[in-house]
Design a binder for this molecule. Sequence first.
Ligand SMILES: Cc1ncc(COP(=O)(O)O)c(C=O)c1O
Length: 368
Amino acid sequence: MYRLLETRLMKRSESGFLRELKITGKATDFFSNDYLGMAQDQDFHAEVLQAIQEDPTLIGGSTGSRLISGHSQVAFETEAFLARTHQTESALLFPSGYIANLSLFSCLPQKGETVIVDEYIHRSVHDGCMMSTATKWKFKHNNLQDLEDKLKRTQGICYVAIESLYSMEGDFAPLKEITNLTEKYGASLIVDEAHAFGVFGYGLVHRLGLQNNVFATLITYGKAMGSHGAAVLCKHIVKSYLINFGSPFIYSTAPTDLTWMQLKMGYQYILNHPSLADQLQQNIQFFRSQGLPILSAKESPIQALAVKNIEQLLQLRDVLLHKGLQTYAVFSPTVRLGQERLRICLHTFNTKEDIRLLASLIQENLSL
Ligand SMILES: Cc1ncc(COP(=O)(O)O)c(C=O)c1O
């Protein structure tokens, strides 16, 4: 058995795509999802610490799944707060976005029903679909015509899954147009806002006032909020359905109350510090003004850089790291073979000097 595993790992290693865990070093961060710098914001940490001091029970284990002993007043109040804030009927908390997507896509679509996903949707959606007996189709990335062609061919219940801001492309879904299409064909739209939340207020569904046009919205707190956890925003009936049929929700110990308290405090912190999102946009625009071959959208904190081939990508990543700048090389199977790219994430805390250095090193190396 071990030999079999070794053979498989060797194969991956030979293809150059072996994954390994690396402790985050001291290099300048152009790769994490900490877009607003909240994971390292000492003022925010001080507020959370004070809450813990006032109520140390926050850090105690939840003692069980939400359906047994793990539900609490803090969880209840946080969900009510989220529904109020996002102006949705209801909200359900999850330990992570991955678990939330597993729950949604494993239990909602049934045999004989269809899920149509954008071809670049996050892995957690695919994994959720694998736990379901429904049929899954992919539509071409952000391609309204292809989505409509697929919608026309479905029979019966149909779900459509998209991200509002794509994590590897750094581009936006045409949200309004997609809601028009899902409404036209009576499909239920699920929008993953993992990367848009916090960068664009409470997310793009909220910003565009589309809450009533969307079946469910996923918000995650491990990225711009620098914390952990996730929430699905939906109608009461959908929440009740997830509580009854969503295995990953049902059969897992709830996180501590601190997780919920911290995310509630995170909302207040973001609200009190609008300059964070402004600073982030200034840094994105400064980066984009450097004239690099960028594949991503104007306002996206994720900026993907086109490279000639894998050799150039590896060399570029290593040269940057050697100069103290950490970026992320994206390989297959995360993106398609031949579409490998350098992923650069911008943050509030990146300085102009860091961005200038990054851009000039990239320019030098791309021309080699
Ligand atoms: C689009 C998208 N959805 C869901 C997730 C999963 O969220 P979490 O990290 O909270 O499990 C991620 C994380 O990478 C993501 O990028």
